[in-house]
Write a protein that binds this ligand. Structure first.
Ligand code: ZN
Ligand code: ZN
Length: 343
């Protein structure tokens, strides 16, 4: 029985192109008590591999978190399979706004300690005791309420290119950091303010809302399905869109445009820009915002140092990297002294 990938990303890309069939980019998560993550992991891999599903899935004792690319033709079979797993029956699926057949090129189902890295210890509170879930219409109402504090639960590089009007966007690198900052800012208002939270797909808020209830907050709300589902509902129900800019996503697309507003700046020249790139120097890979002009002038690098290294023959670059542990900055920090206009 095959339990792991056998094709490379390149080979897979070719197969997708040859098939010429549409694929859907789908995500979902579910907090639940999983008795044996390994058995579930293998069960998902075997079935999804058969349906030609690709993506990145985390399975933990606390639940499942999945980002997937599913052939449109196999969607009903896929849905049927999900519904056959008791705790995933009717789980809400987020379907990406933009079509992209190559959002994922491998099927990776991994066992993790947590389904999202949150730095929290599970036994301190019950993650299933979550806040009130609200849809787009109710959310739009709530965030106009003067007693509401609207908080963006994502990291700095995500909220930088897009967020809701009037949202508090903590300048943090981790989810754990924002929990403390918000709690401290609102400690006088645990009973009178409405704490309304949102994130990309809802998973971080689900845990945060349970955490804040545990900490004594009385009115805790979260945007159901996050920005992804909000955008879908706004379009389907013809509601006012209150999200500005782009939604950062965790596949190679990096973002989805939600409104035409450009709310961030090129980190190198300061002009309005909301395109994230990774520094082309393989030893760097820093995630930052770069306009087309700067990309050209800097040869897609974050600094003159990186530009110099990047211009060397490949073998020479490899020799330089040897023995040095490449710091993976891709989705980690996105901060660097070399970026003049990083806020
Ligand atoms: Zn620029
Ligand atoms: Zn660099």
């Amino acid at each position: 029985m095959q339990l792991y990938n056998t094709l490379s990303a390149r080979e897979r890309e070719k197969l997708i192109e040859e098939a010429g069939k549409d694929r859907l980019t789908i995500s979902f998560y579910k907090y639940a008590h999983i008795g044996n993550p390994q058995i579930l992991r293998n069960h998902l891999f075997i079935n999804w591999h058969e349906m030609d599903v690709l993506g990145r899935i985390y399975v933990a004792y606390e639940g499942v978190n999945a980002q997937l690319s599913v052939p449109a033709d196999n969607f009903s079979a896929f849905k049927e399979h999900l519904d056959s797993i008791s705790f995933l029956e009717n789980v809400r699926l987020n379907i990406a706004v933009e079509q992209d057949n190559k959002s994922f090129l491998k099927l990776k189902v991994k066992i993790r300690g947590k389904i999202v890295a949150d730095g929290l210890s599970d036994d301190t509170f019950d993650v299933t005791n979550k806040g009130v879930h609200v849809g787009a219409e109710k959310f739009n109402e709530l965030i106009e309420d003067p007693d509401t504090v609207l908080v963006d639960m994502r990291n700095h590089y995500e909220s930088e290119i897009g967020h809701f009007k009037n949202a508090v966007t903590p300048d943090v690198d981790t989810f754990r950091d924002s929990l403390d900052i918000i709690e401290n800012d609102l400690k006088e208002h645990k009973e009178d303010k409405k704490l309304v939270m949102y994130c990309t797909g809802g998973i971080r808020c689900e845990k945060a809302s349970a955490y804040y209830k545990h900490k004594g907050f009385k009115n805790v709300f979260q945007l159901e399905g996050g920005i992804i589902e909000y955008t879908r509902q706004v379009k389907a129900q013809n509601l006012e869109n209150k999200f500005l800019g782009k939604n950062f996503v965790f596949d190679h697309r990096r973002s989805e445009r939600i409104s035409e507003d450009v709310i961030s700046n090129c980190h190198q020249c300061g002009k309005p820009c909301d395109t994230h790139v990774n520094c082309a120097n393989e030893a760097c890979h820093l995630l930052f915002i770069q306009c087309e002009e700067c990309a050209k002038a800097m040869n897609e690098c974050c600094s003159l140092e990186c530009k110099e290294v990047h211009a060397l023959p490949y073998e020479e670059q490899k020799r330089l990297r040897k023995g040095k542990h490449a710091s993976n900055k891709i989705f980690k920090k996105g901060r660097s002294e070399v970026l003049k206009y990083k806020r």
